[in-house]
Design a binder for this molecule. Structure first.
Ligand SMILES: Nc1nc2c(c(=O)[nH]1)N[C@H]1C(S)=C(S)[C@@H](COP(=O)(O)OP(=O)(O)OC[C@H]3O[C@@H](n4cnc5c(N)ncnc54)[C@H](O)[C@@H]3O)O[C@H]1N2
Ligand code: MOO
Length: 393
């Protein structure tokens, strides 16, 4: 049996890094930048108003209320060629360029709203409600470093500095496929001996949670030819493949049967529970993760092996799920020599294992918010012991 670390290290050494492409910013959400991005101009590019109101000389408001003639009306998008001097003001809208000579903006709520003359009831210090050029970002400033994942806010930043295209590694496209003759599509009727396929839906959603793009395939029964044809067929659109089921010791463990010795795929036992039977390799250069069929085994395998691998494929550090330390509320026992992942609920610094730790028991996974990690050399823990817990997405 190999350790979790050995199996993960082999996967991380083998997965290819996504190419760096010239992407449209509108298509780049979730991609990882391969260039630093700098601002060609300051942001804001010009001094402008933060309020709908009046641009004034603050010195005119020493004694309020005061009446001032309104000599202009400036909207957002206007060219910004107007000017005032003491004793005059203009109407101004949010985002409109400040007229030369003005040093404060008075919101319309402090006035009678006049358009020819305006009565201003409150004074304002110089700079009031003015957004200065460059106060957000100065010209030439690096706004995003290479290696940043493009979240919604960062996509906004790219557009705000005028970029329509960017060099980045796109999210891996991951094809997900469940195998097993007992599986039926949810929504249909079950005959005796059948169950609804949960793994392909769960793993496709997990791919999305991990920042990649999941494509679920309909389930494939335990027919070797059909399975191999389906996998080869999907290679064209996949940066990675995930299968579930058919990798242990059964007479019809079709994934193992079909893929053993194909490409670099190999099947191993990993010293963990759940998730002992694992397969991984490259199929015509495309990484394939063959996860065990028990739903909780498939899920834990995804979080421990596939998630870091998908990150590595985008050139990101292959971090595991975030780990927190929590206090165990009840004793647990664990088999020697295996790393044990126990479904659990995290609450206020404590962690409680959920009822039902069998690897078929998806109900207890659906209730869990964390996975307690019991190391290989630990066989029992007491209530009150500190434990490491992987926080689930
Ligand atoms: N003699 C042995 N038997 C088993 C061993 C072993 O070492 N020796 N290992 C057990 C462990 S641990 C696991 S995990 C499973 C892995 O089995 P497979 O990967 O071959 O998966 P299947 O046999 O196809 O299915 C196992 C179980 O999960 C259900 N399943 C499968 N796919 C789905 C799906 N898409 N949605 C919902 N449920 C699914 C399936 O019906 C089975 O009940 O092997 C043990 N056996
Ligand atoms: O590894 Mo199996 O995943 O223990 O149920």
């Amino acid at each position: 049996m190999r350790s979790v670390e050995q199996h993960l290290a082999e996967i991380l050494a083998a997965v290819p890094v996504q190419p760096s492409l010239d992407l449209a910013v509108s298509e780049a959400a979730g991609a990882v930048l391969t260039e630093p991005v700098t601002a060609p101009v300051p942001l804001p590019p010009f001094d402008n108003s933060a309020m709908d109101g009046y641009a004034v000389c603050a010195s005119d408001l020493a004694d309020v209320p005061v009446k001032l003639p309104v000599v202009g009306d400036i909207s957002a998008g206007d060219e910004g060629v107007s000017a005032i001097r003491p004793g005059l003001c203009t109407r101004i809208m949010t985002g409109a360029p400040l007229p030369a000579g003005a040093d404060a903006v008075v919101p319309v709520e402090w006035t009678d709203g006049g358009t020819v003359t305006v009565e201003i009831r409150r004074s304002a210090p110089p700079g009031n409600h003015i957004r200065r050029a460059g106060e957000d970002v100065h010209a030439g400033q690096e706004v995003l470093p290479a290696g940043a994942r493009l979240t919604a806010a960062r996509i906004g930043m790219l557009a705000a500095v005028g970029r329509d295209r960017v060099r980045a590694r796109p999210r891996p496209r991951v094809v997900v496929l469940s195998t097993g003759s007992e599986l039926r599509e949810p929504g249909g009727e079950l005959a005796p001996g059948q169950i609804w396929d949960s793994n392909s839906f769960m793993l496709t959603a997990a791919v999305t949670e991990a920042g990649a793009v999941g494509y679920r395939q309909p389930t494939v029964d335990d027919d070797p030819r059909r399975l191999l044809d389906t996998l080869l067929d999907q290679l064209g659109r996949a940066d990675a493949l995930i299968t579930s089921g058919g990798v242990s010791m059964g007479a019809r463990d079709v994934v193992k049967e079909v893929l053993t010795g194909v490409g670099t795929v190999r099947f191993d036992k990993v010293a963990m529970r759940p998730g002992k039977p694992q397969g991984f390799g490259l199929l015509r250069g495309v990484p394939i993760f063959t996860l065990p069929g028990n739903p909780v085994s498939a899920y834990v395998s995804f979080q421990v092996f596939v998630r870091p691998a998908l990150r590595a494929m985008q050139g990101l550090p292959p971090e595991p799920l975030p780990t927190v330390t929590a206090t165990l509320t009840e004793p647990v026992s664990s088999p020697p020599g295996l790393r044990h992942y126990l479904r659990a609920v995290l609450r206020d610094g404590t962690v409680t294992p959920t009822e039902g730790q069998g690897s078929h028991q998806l109900g207890s996974l659906a209730r869990a918010s964390g996975l307690i990690v019991v190391p290989e050399n630990v066989t029992s823990l007491a209530a009150g012991d500190p434990v490491e817990v992987l926080a689930l997405p």
